[in-house]
Write a protein that binds this ligand. Structure first.
Ligand SMILES: Nc1ncnc2c1ncn2[C@@H]1O[C@H](COP(=O)(O)OP(=O)(O)OP(=O)(O)O)[C@@H](O)[C@H]1O
Ligand SMILES: C[C@H](N)[C@H](N)CCCCCC(=O)O
Ligand SMILES: [Mg+2]
Length: 223
């Protein structure tokens, strides 16, 4: 895996929206690359234990490898909406990636254009983190448009794209069409997994490792 100038490796897991499987894919990528996990911004804790606890449960990793969020909010809303209800401000100058020698798998919240404060979006956090991006595409009618818009936004900012994960029951020839217009990126498909057993997770993690370690250098521009 290619390291940045600080020797850091890993991935930023984003998606075509909320609920598309970023947490599942993050858990699989953490297992695949024997990494650490970090969700810097967590909202919705009034309704749910949060993604860090979910990843810890899915991977069986100890708490020191599932780093605590920098900001956590109860409201099931975008970080900006949730923060301002409590009088808090998400300050991206405070972002410093957890220290680890392992690959770091960072999970966003929602999709790329989710507001974090009055002037910044999730994609600005991705630019700060400087890790290659995996776009999780929730399968189903409508996903082509969301995927292509997301890839265009990443490329416009010259952010490195490691590839795509089509997550869920395949829908028509969507993956082919996304790669046709979105560029020849590494692409994995995770089927709907009715039982998230350890064996199933290990099998899927091994497939992701194969696909996303194949190409070390990621692309930054539209083909
Ligand atoms: N391939 C799959 N097979 C079975 N269940 C899945 C699959 N992918 C996701 N799920 C389930 O769908 C739900 C939403 O997925 P997940 O929490 O990973 O989405 P997310 O993109 O991380 O959402 P958020 O924006 O809240 O972080 C979870 O209950 C998860 O276990
Ligand atoms: C809490 C929730 N599960 C997500 N992490 C936050 C999703 C914010 C989405 C905002 C939007 O795009 O409308
Ligand atoms: Mg999640």
């Amino acid at each position: 895996m290619k390291a940045d100038e600080n020797g850091r490796t890993g991935f930023f897991i984003t998606g075509t929206g909320t609920g598309v499987g970023k947490t599942l894919v993050s858990a699989l990528m953490t297992l695949a690359f024997d990494g650490d996990y970090w969700k810097p911004l967590q909202t919705g804790l009034a309704e749910d234990v949060g993604d860090t606890a979910d990843v810890a449960a899915l991977t069986g990793l100890p708490p020191e490898r599932c780093h605590a969020p920098l900001y956590q909010f109860d409201a099931l809303l975008s970080p900006w909406s949730a923060a301002r209800r409590t009088g808090a401000h998400v300050d991206l100058t405070r972002i410093s990636l957890p220290a680890t020698k392992r690959p770091l798998v960072i999970e966003g919240a929602g999709g790329l254009m989710v507001p974090l404060n009055a002037g910044q979006l999730m994609i600005d956090l991705i630019a700060i983190c400087q890790l290659p991006v995996i776009l999780v595409v929730g399968t189903g009618l409508g996903s082509i448009n969301h995927a292509l818009l997301s890839l265009e936004a990443l490329r416009r900012r010259k952010l490195p794209i490691a590839g795509i994960v089509m997550n869920g029951t395949p829908h028509a020839d969507d993956a082919e069409l996304i790669l046709h217009f979105g560029g020849a990126l590494p692409c994995a498909a995770i089927p709907h997994l009715p039982d998230l057993t350890e064996e199933t997770l290990r099998t899927q993690a091994a497939r992701l490792r194969e696909i996303f370690s194949a190409r070390q250098d990621t692309e930054t521009t539209r083909p």
